[in-house]
Design a protein around this ligand. Structure first.
Ligand code: BG6
Length: 514
């Protein structure tokens, strides 16, 4: 049975299940010359075309500020495919064929006139056989989202024609707080209906994040223990070994709370904590995810320091190379208060999770790139072996390794062979690559395909965006009220500031070392 999250893709189905639901499309990438387009979008489109997951013809129209000819843009697309495609083109002919459907239009995002030019190009392509189904991908700075949507409407590119529904894909960040997200939403929803809008959170497209639902709801043995009776706490770690790179300007405005927590981490949390949905339809799954977000207990301003630790990386060595302190990075203020590390303790107020702390942490320049969820089970109620133990026993933990080294482990106590009652923790280990080979599609492949077939399951809906901003805004408000002038610094390549360790220690717990 194929597990395409309930949907059978199309033409020709790689799984041999032949319902056609995808249609030929034109991807219009606003911000088509940018980094996201180059590294992620173009390679992902190439891959889904290569695999025949959407019917031909598939066109790409790059639209951005630079003046480029079609040929010049094709050159960039070819480079992007050669450098970043998951499976490199089998032959020059394959790439040439792909490029023959690639076009470029120079567009000033604020200027309706240039969108008229874009429309002329799209109409001309349609007369030449391109699909009338258009997907507008907003891979631009967020300040351009509103004007782009309004200009699409102004020139008629947002119009519905019979059964044609232009779709719009919006990259994160969707706003920078609740008021700005609501404002943007209002603009977007005054032009498009909710079902035409796809807010990308690429973590939801990761194979292992989707597998959380399968693991929980396709197996009978874990779900009965998935609650406050058996689980002591949950740790969600999204660690990065890189710094902010050249993104100082963006990062100063975002910090890790907006860059990682508001979107990726809260979405992972909602997958872990959601109730079983009533069906496998987009809205019943999204309904359950959003309920979790709505149940997160707000962190009161007065308790901010007990629940949230923030810090910045200092200067030092990461992977043997000299690293500047965050405050010394380009486009970062010398007195910046933007955090590059965060640890949060939160509670979900419902029957399943009451009293179970969820600890979230994320940061730049940590020792390794790793994303994992650790479900830490409670210890046994009565320890039979207490008199013979030399060290306290670690209760069982279930580790969902999202990336890299994707897999699942369950740890438990065993008797070490010998005459002594030596009890040690061991793990049962499942590894994706060993089990299935290197087959996982990139998150963007999955998500772009979902947009083509019109499946919003893996995209946050308005209510989710609102609920997550409410939680984040409260933390930011707490920070503002605390009037702190300096953040703790942590050494690059370390697991973060000592304050985060102390936060756990105050609860008699420890962070895992992934
Ligand atoms: C992005 C953030 O959304 O996710 C980046 O803006 C971060 O700062 C990236 O590095 C991490 O994504 P991944 O897929 O590499 O874990």
């Amino acid at each position: 049975m194929s597990a395409n999250l309930g949907r059978v893709y199309s033409v020709p189905s790689p799984t041999g299940q032949g319902t056609v639901s995808a249609r030929p499309v034109v991807f219009v990438i606003l911000g088509g010359t940018g980094d996201l387009a180059r590294r992620k979008l173009v390679p992902a489109i190439f891959e889904i075309v290569r695999q025949g997951l959407i019917p031909q013809p598939v066109h790409i129209v790059g639209a951005a500020g630079s003046d480029l000819t079609h040929e010049e843009f094709r050159g960039r697309v070819a480079e992007a495919v050669r450098e970043f495609a998951r499976v490199k083109p089998g032959s020059d002919a394959e790439l040439v064929e792909f490029l023959s459907h690639v076009f470029y239009q120079s567009v000033k995002f604020q200027d309706a006139g240039s969108f008229r030019e874009l429309k002329l190009l799209l109409d001309e392509l349609e007369r030449g056989g391109a699909s009338p189904h258009r997907i507008f991908y907003l891979a631009t700075p967020p300040s351009a989202y509103g004007p782009i949507v309004q200009n699409l409407q102004a020139v008629g590119l947002a119009d519905r024609r019979d059964d044609l529904w232009p779709r719009v894909v919006i990259e994160k960040p969707f706003g920078r707080d609740l008021p700005s997200a609501l404002e943007l939403n209002q603009v977007v929803l005054s032009v498009f209906d909710e079902h035409q809008v796809y807010r990308i959170d690429h973590y939801l497209g990761k194979e292992t994040v989707q597998n959380i639902m399968v693991f929980r709801f396709a197996n009978g043995i874990f779900e009965p223990t998935w609650n406050r009776r058996y689980i002591d706490h949950v740790q969600i770690t999204v660690a990065e070994e890189i710094g902010i790179g050249s993104r100082g300007r963006y990062y100063e405005e975002a910090g890790v709370i907006r860059d990682m927590v508001q979107n990726h981490m809260l979405q992972i949390l909602s997958m872990i904590a959601m109730e079983p949905p009533t069906s496998f339809h987009a809205d019943s799954i999204r309904d359950e995810r959003v309920k979790v977000l709505k149940c997160i207990r707000p962190i009161p301003v007065s308790a901010i320091n007990e629940h949230v630790v923030r810090a910045q990386y200092g200067s030092g060595l990461a992977k043997g190379s000299k690293v500047w302190a965050y405050r010394e990075e380009d486009n970062v203020a010398a007195e910046s208060m933007t955090e590059t590390y965060i640890a949060i303790k939160l509670f979900i107020e419902n029957w399943r999770w009451a009293g179970v702390p969820f600890y979230l942490r994320s940061g730049k320049y940590l020792p390794k790139r790793v994303t994992e969820v650790a479900i830490q089970y409670r210890g046994v109620p009565h320890m039979l072996f207490r008199d013979v133990l030399t060290d306290p026993l670690e209760p069982s933990a279930l580790i969902l390794r999202i990336q890299p080294d994707e897999g699942i482990s369950l740890t438990f106590s065993t008797k070490h062979p010998g005459m002594l009652m030596d009890i040690r923790n061991q793990a049962m280990d499942f590894n994706y690559y060993e089990a299935y080979g290197d087959k996982a599609p990139d998150a963007y492949e999955r998500l772009l395909l979902d947009v083509v077939v019109g499946d919003g399951t893996l995209f946050p809906r308005t209510d989710a965006v609102v609920a997550s901003w409410k939680f984040v805004d409260q933390i930011v408000e707490g920070w503002r009220a605390s009037r702190v002038r300096n953040l703790p610094q942590y050494e690059p390549g370390s697991w973060g500031p000592v304050e985060a360790v102390e936060m756990m220690a105050a609860d008699q717990r420890k962070w895992r070392r992934p």
